[in-house]
Design a protein around this ligand. Structure first.
Ligand code: ATP
Length: 350
C-alpha cells in the first residue's frame, strides 16, 4: 500500500493565473525515499505543503496511510496527519537541550526510552544535555531528524534539508540520512532543486515542471535516460544530437555517427529524433570512430571535462562535452578520438 497518494491534485493560489500544482498524481510506497526535483517555482514546495496540510487542494485528494486527509468533504489538519517534518533551518528550540528537543510533545511514559532510541539511530548518544548552539550544523540537522522520527510518523517530509550545509558536510549528510531512513524503514519525501542531492539520496526522483510531473524514475533512469529535453538539461549537463532511427531499429544515426540505444520507443527506422548523451557516456579511445579537436579543459579532480570540436558529415562543426579520466592527459589543441558507450544514449520525445 502507498503511504502517500496524491490523486489529480490542483492548487491555484488566490490571484494566480496558472496553477502552482496542476492535476498532479503521485504515489509513494512504504519505506521509499522520493525527491521532488525541479527549478524554482515548479511547485515542489506547494506539493509538500499539500501533503503536510499547510495548503488545501482546490481539486483532487491527498491520502496518507490509505486515509483521505484532504479532498471533497474531507480535511485532516496538519497536527493530526502523522507526519514528521525537517526544514532547511532545522528549527530547533534554542532554550531546550538535545534531549528536550527530541522528546518535545512525546508521551511521558515512553519519552526517555524513545529519545535514547532515536539519538542512537542518528549517532548522537551522549549529546543529550548539549544546547543547540553547542553542536555543529550537521549535528543540529540530525537532532531535527531524530525529533521528526521520534513520534514514529508514517512519513517524514524534508524541505531542502541540505541547503544550509557546506559542500563536504552536505555529501556526508546525504549518505548518513539515507542510511538512517533505511534503518528506520521510514517513508520520506524530499524537496530539492539540487540534482546531485536528489541522485544521491533517492529511490525515486520526480522531476517537476510548471506544476506537473515531467518524469518519474530511479536516479539512474532520469539521469541516463531522460524522456524530455527539459529533464536532460535539468538533471546534469548533456549533449543533444539530432539524428534518425537506424535501419535496425536499435540505433540512431546521429550528426556525429551511429550510436546503439536501449529504448527507441519503437519508432520506425528513419524517424527524426533528438538523443541525449551524457559527457560521461563518451569515452576517449585512440581507436574511437569520432574525431575532434580539444577546445577547452576543466580539471575537476574526479575527471577532466573537455569541450571537443567535432566535424559533422556536412562539414560544419559543433562542440561536444566529453569526460576524460584524470589520468588521461588532455590538452587544448590536441586531436582526440572517442566513442559513444553502447546503450547509454537516450532518445528524447519531442
Ligand atoms: P522554490 O524552489 O523556489 O521554493 P518551488 O518549486 O518549491 O520553488 P513553489 O514554492 O511551490 O515552487 O511555488 C510554485 C508557484 O506558486 C510559484 O509560481 C510561486 O510563485 C507560487 N506561490 C508559492 N507560494 C505562494 C503563495 N503563498 N501565494 C501565491 N503564490 C505562491
Amino acid at each position: 500500500m502507498a503511504d502517500i497518494e496524491l490523486r489529480d491534485v490542483t492548487k491555484i493560489y488566490p490571484g494566480a493565473s496558472t496553477p502552482a500544482v496542476d492535476s498532479l498524481s503521485l504515489s509513494v510506497d512504504h519505506g521509499h525515499i522520493v525527491t521532488l526535483l525541479g527549478p524554482s517555482g515548479c511547485g515542489k514546495t506547494t506539493t509538500l505543503r499539500l501533503v503536510a496540510g499547510f495548503e488545501r487542494p482546490d481539486a483532487g485528494s491527498v491520502l496518507i496511510g490509505g486515509a483521505v486527509v484532504a479532498g471533497p468533504g474531507a480535511w485532516v489538519p496538519p497536527e493530526r496527519r502523522d507526519i514528521g517534518m525537517v526544514f532547511q533551518e532545522h528549527a530547533l528550540f534554542p532554550h531546550l537541550d538535545v534531549a528536550g528537543n527530541v522528546g518535545f510533545n512525546l508521551p511521558k511514559n515512553d519519552r526517555s526510552a524513545r529519545v535514547d532510541e532515536v539519538l542512537d539511530l542518528v549517532g548522537l548518544t551522549g549529546f543529550e544535555r548539549r544546547m543547540p548552539h553547542e553542536i555543529s550544523g550537521g549535528q543540529q540537522q540530525r537532532v531535527a531528524l531524530a525529533r521528526a522520527l521520534a513520534r514514529r510518523p508514517v512519513v517524514v517530509l524534508f524541505d531542502e534539508p541540505f541547503a544550509s550545509l557546506d559542500a563536504d558536510l552536505r555529501v556526508s549528510m546525504r549518505a548518513e540520512l539515507r542510511r538512517i531512513l533505511k534503518a528506520a524503514g521510514t517513508t520520506a519525501v524530499f524537496v530539492s532543486h539540487d540534482q546531485s542531492d536528489a541522485l544521491a539520496i533517492s529511490d525515486t526522483i520526480v522531476v517537476m515542471r510548471d506544476g506537473r510531473i515531467e518524469q518519474v524514475g530511479t536516479p539512474r533512469e532520469v539521469y541516463q535516460f531522460p524522456h524530455t529535453r527539459f529533464v536532460a538539461d535539468f538533471v546534469g549537463r548533456t549533449n543533444l544530437f539530432e539524428g534518425r532511427i537506424g535501419t535496425d531499429g536499435r540505433s540512431v544515426e546521429t550528426e556525429i555517427g551511429s550510436a546503439s540505444c536501449r529504448h527507441t520507443h519503437s519508432l520506425p527506422p528513419g524517424t527524426p529524433v533528438v538523443v541525449s548523451v551524457r559527457a560521461d557516456s563518451l569515452e576517449l579511445d585512440a581507436e574511437g570512430p569520432i574525431v575532434g579537436r580539444v577546445k577547452e579543459t576543466t580539471y575537476t579532480g574526479r575527471a577532466i571535462d573537455a569541450v571537443v570540436e567535432v566535424e559533422r558529415a556536412d562539414g560544419t562543426t559543433r562542440d561536444v562535452m566529453v569526460h576524460a579520466h584524470p589520468e588521461q592527459v588532455v590538452v587544448c589543441g590536441d586531436i582526440v578520438r572517442f566513442r559513444v558507450l553502447p546503450d547509454f544514449v537516450a532518445v528524447i520525445e519531442e
